[in-house]
Ligand binder design. Structure first.
Ligand code: PEP
Length: 257
């Protein structure tokens, strides 16, 4: 059975105060979520300790990015081993903002994924097409290419069965991130089904890999998206900064049957 996950990506937002209040609230509500959803909060790395202190095991924690090295003279970087040491379970890799603003390539994504899974953490690998790529009918091929290239190290891992267990894929159309525009549930489902078939072609246990949708998910569109058979939860940006909205979104994940 696939894990249902709702992860909140705070991006470069938040504070000690938000870490205390929002995470405290989410922890309090997490106990009443009876749909089996795993709630993950991904704050800026500086606040991981504050978030973990409030999460107390009821909420999982991740980081938004890591460097492609485990240690050394790389000023400003953090490594997957450090994220693990701090108590994180998840690492976002290849978010479109990293790709667009920091020049991250699929090859760099693959290097990071390889280190993340070697550390025993789970990589949430983000893929998604731009509006121009969607308009020109290339969305599925662009996303398939990102999946194949970004996960090549998993496909080739010595113990690929174990490595695939540490992968979650987040489909986030670039044009939907932070714009208020969301893919229709049908379009998102079609892309998720396509990603699952690419994973199958790569030899992955595709039916067991959680696929999250991200891109302006809000309390009023989450139910439709999460009811699709290949959408196993969401990666939430803006709405994850408002405690009540984030918890409402978590409640819209249907209980597994
Ligand atoms: C994101 O940053 O991953 C995201 C999906 O943002 P938003 O929900 O604000 O579109």
């Amino acid at each position: 059975m696939r894990r249902k996950i709702v992860a909140g990506n705070w991006k470069m937002n938040g504070s000690k105060d938000l870490s205390e209040k929002l995470v405290g609230y989410v922890r309090g509500e997490a106990g009443s979520l009876d749909n089996g959803v795993e709630v993950v909060i991904i704050p800026p790395a500086l606040y991981v300790g504050d978030v973990l202190a409030q999460a107390r095991g009821a909420v999982s924690v991740g980081v938004q990015n890591v460097g492609q090295w485990q240690s050394g003279a790389y000023t400003g970087e953090i490594s997957p081993e450090m994220a693990k040491d701090a108590g994180c379970h998840y690492v976002l890799v290849g978010h479109s903002e990293r790709r667009q603003l920091f020049g991250e390539t699929d090859e760099l994504v693959a290097e990071k994924v390889s280190l993340v899974i070697a550390s025993g953490l789970t990589a949430i690998v983000c893929v998604g097409e731009t509006l121009a790529e969607r308009d020109s009918g290339e969305a599925e091929s662009v996303v398939a290419d990102q999946v194949r290239k970004g996960l090549v190290a998993v496909e080739q891992a010595e113990d690929a069965g174990k490595a695939w267990k540490r992968i979650v894929v987040a489909y986030e159309p670039v044009w939907a991130i932070g714009t208020g525009k969301t893919a229709t549930a049908e379009d998102a489902q079609a892309m998720h089904a396509s990603i699952r078939s690419v994973l199958k072609d790569m030899g992955a246990p595709a039916e067991e890999i959680s696929l999250l949708y991200g891109g302006s998910v809000k309390a009023d569109n989450a139910a439709a998206l999460f009811s699709e058979p290949d959408i196993d939860g969401g990666l939430i940006g803006g709405a994850s900064l408002v405690a009540e909205d984030f918890v409402s979104i978590c409640r819209y994940v249907p209980a597994s049957t």
